[in-house]
Design a protein. Sequence first.
Lengths: 561, 259
Amino acid sequence: MNWKNVAHLIKVDRKSGRLIRGRRLTRFRESRLLQYLLYGGALALGLAVGAIAGFIYSGVLGVADSQLMVLFHQGLLDLFLSLPTIVLIYSIVFTMMQQIQRSGVKFSVQAPYWLPITWEEHTLASTIANLLGFPLASIVFIGSAIIVVSIFVGEVVYAVSTLFALLATAFIASAITEIFRILQVRFVGAVYKSTGRAAVWVRFVGSLLFFLVFYIVYFFITSGPGAVTFVQTVASAQSAVWFIPFVWLGMTLYSLINGLYAQALVFMTLSLLLISSLFYAAVMLNRRFGLYEPPAITVSRGVYAPRTGFLGKLGFSTVEAALIRKDLKAFTRRRELMYIFIMPIVFMIIPLMQTLGATGGPQPTEAIPPFFFGFFFLLPGSIMATILGSMMIGEEGGAVWRIYSAPISPKSLVKGKYFFIVFFSALVTAVTGIVWVAVFHPSLRATLVALATSLLLVFALGAISLANGITGADFTELPRPRMIRTAWNLINLVVCGVCAIVIVAPLVPAVFTLITPVSLLPAIDLYQALVISAVIASVITFVGYRIALKNARELLTKAET
Amino acid sequence: MTMNYTSAVELKGVAKWYSKILAVDNIDLNIKPGEIFGLLGPNGSGKSTTLKMLLGLVQPDGGSVNVLGIDVQKDAVAVKRQVGYVPEAPRLYEFLTGTEYLDFIGDIYGVKAEEKRERVNEYLKALELEGREGDMISGYSEGMKQKVALISAFLHRPRLLILDEPLSGLDPRSARIVKDLLHELKAQGVTTIMSTHVLEIAQALCDRIAIMYKGRLLALGTMDELRQRASMPESGLEDIFLKLTGTGDIRAVVEELLK
């Protein structure tokens, strides 16, 4: 193993992640600031969380209640024990999500194709590079927090051991992701071959199911009561399932904390064996299938015969209809864009899991706080419009020259893209809305107002984010499509957030009036408030659309890729 | 279509700066309708910028660009409608099949359905893409992608073709078809501007050749005129190119590399 090669390969991978584009799209500059901010921020946050928890332990619980102190201590040890397993699942989910969002574009630039690099070096570099970034920042955060809090609790040795276990865990997760990635390429190839023309739909449905499962697992273990239950379950159950390799790191800590040093040594050895086996399995699979090219997907057969679409009947020109059809195919066929279809499902399932879990089943409107219902109703469409708008131009990627060089006017470009954003976001609103109505049985008035407000938000935020998405477009495709520059993504989120607040604001007093007859805010009828919101949303939509047109004009005349 | 222009392309005093770099330096150029015109030059000589200015993709900082009688800065869309363009190493929409891509292009350029069907099927057959047209482009070889890009440039019967390395990756049969097609189109009055580093292709295909160097137009003319200009009456384009661009003395470079 040539360690210099490994270091260089990791550096290249990370460098590609740090490169950012400025206004001139042909020029790159490297931003280390984001990396420093990521790790520095994680460290600062971890230290702060650890210090606060430590202060609560010694400063508050220590004075008030020694019983609670014991519980806190025990809870902390439980957390130490379960962290490796939790982080393992978290890291697998996260790194796999990153992998699946990697560009589907094939380029024979992978070093092993043509450089004298061994598969061991390539696999190790790829495994380490996978866990840099957010996975490592998460470990920095957790590690710094538990070490600081353990100083107050007097468990520094266990905290440091836990930190090492976490690093080993992240490596295991990354190696599993590497194995999964290679197998997935091979498996997908076999599926394409066997399913023939259905391959494109098999891939679509398969990817959606994959995303769905991982999103649900991700949200379950990282948020709300699910996370607490998970910690408790893992802490109490992992010694019963000690034979499962993925809990061996946790079992090492468990043995260490309980003074079973010989057992700790056994589990540590087993863990090291597991790490080596996974790594060499990844190397072996890479050697076997690393250069495997999946067969082409056949979508249609026979002589080409153009079909006339229904979009023309809706008043779209041939150019606009062609753009919309092309984008629809992009979102159903490009793996890195398919996750957009999962978001609406996630928007429904996660709150449903938590709400129904907390309330024990469907509730009548009176029992649901109107804000809660409104929030659920408005969120999916708004988020979809914001995200879709920001990525609709950048998703063109390197093929954007086609848009530049074709006779597409700024008006057609904006109209085609805007329709796609609004149509898809409105569809999401409708589908999620039906689910909310079925679950919560809200009043007709509440439903109508929520639906109308949601659509207003879709129109306004879609226009604003499209305008920002054009200015901030990033056509970089490797290692994963960026679609919008980071700075513009943040600007877009802030602007859309402000616009959403401004649009919803007139409804707030009316909702307060519904909740409580005594309100400090002026009393206003819900429908009157809706009219004011509609006027504000129309102005924002108009302004956003005009800006989008202006930005599109600029984009098409300063076409630089 | 009636032609109410005497020059297919007319550049007058065109200049383009990128920050402090002068990419195109005060170029005057006149290309006649029906001409196959070669635009040559070393890397970074300003060829691509010049070609992009013809499509209105890059705004000149000085001078005027007229294409097919239209001021590009005033109506770039009208120009694009009549131009077929193939950039160097074109990226296609890889998630579309070959026919879906060409269907998209046909719609963008306003080709009628029946005409589109006829032409797409003809081109697919001629360039031997039949049988693979229903596959997603992501599964195509580079040569197949180049064929699709070329078909998309020819599909709407443009009056002007702007081709950057058009024969790159093509098999000999397809390359020959494209060359013959360009000659036939020339007879129909279609103008072709071609940029290539394969000087043999330029010499064989082009009526006139321009050599760009450091943003300037170093030489312009037919092969005979270029030979005269370089005082190399018996030489081929490669020797003329190397002499005119001042990069002719390459023996020392090779010897240095072999040390």
